[in-house]
Design a protein around this ligand. Structure first.
Ligand code: GRF
Length: 211
């Protein structure tokens, strides 16, 4: 049976597109059952529609409080009978209750070599620190922001003349294969979350796999 993915986005959706393409070409033993965006104008919504994937907006600005948005998002998530929730450039912090109810069934991609630079502006922070290497990480989502168990990482060099934009572009180029690889592990039952740890082929990952 194909693993049912629900993808959450806020913007351009190039990671979403890569997953759509990998499902369509059967490189991934998975199907996307829905896309949710908190931003009504996100281009990723258009990508979903073009691929005939149900796309739903839960606009955080339409709610009076964070709690009301969280409740609406939870309800929408539950409408899709997904095996795995994939955060792909989803720019809202999810509340702990919601995250906990998807423990081991929610992944995120983050544009830094975690545990370095959780949060925003990762590329500028890597430049400011004078790092010679930068990259991206896929991890299980826990209530600890960008702090859940690390699964996979891809690295690239930082060049002397890099700007935050050139560095972001280089990292972006690594993200698609990394995410696809990790989702593939999950879809094939090789990756799971147990006792607060990521396990690949039943071996606890002490460090993220370098891809
Ligand atoms: C990526 O850099 C991802 O790591 C970050 O947001 C960006 C989303 O890009 N969380 P896209 O919308 O998938 O093109």
């Amino acid at each position: 049976m194909r693993c049912k993915l629900l993808v959450l986005i806020s913007g351009y959706g190039s990671n979403l597109q890569a997953i759509i393409d990998a499902c369509a070409s059967r490189q991934l033993n998975a199907e996307i059952v829905g896309v949710i965006s908190n931003v009504p104008t996100a281009f990723g919504l258009e990508r979903a529609r073009r691929a005939n994937i149900p796309a739903v907006v839960v606009d955080h600005k339409a709610f009076a409080s964070r709690g009301e948005f969280d409740a609406a998002l939870r309800q929408t998530l539950q409408q899709f009978d997904a095996d795995l929730v994939v955060l792909a450039g989803f720019m809202r912090i999810l509340n702990a209750d919601l995250v906990n109810s998807y423990a081991g069934r929610m992944l995120n991609i983050h544009p830094s070599l975690l545990p370095r630079y959780p949060g925003l502006n990762t590329h500028q922070r890597a430049l400011d620190a004078g790092d010679s290497e930068h990259g991206c990480t896929v991890h299980f989502v826990t209530a600890n922001l960008d702090g859940g168990p690390l699964i996979g990482q891809s690295r690239c060099p930082v060049h002397a003349d890099d700007s935050a934009q050139t560095l972001a572009d280089r990292v972006h180029g690594l993200e698609h294969l990394l995410y696809q690889t990790v989702i593939d592990w999950y879809a094939n039952g090789r990756l799971r979350f147990a006792d607060g740890q990521a396990r690949l082929d039943e071996t606890p990952l002490e460090a993220p796999v370098q891809i």
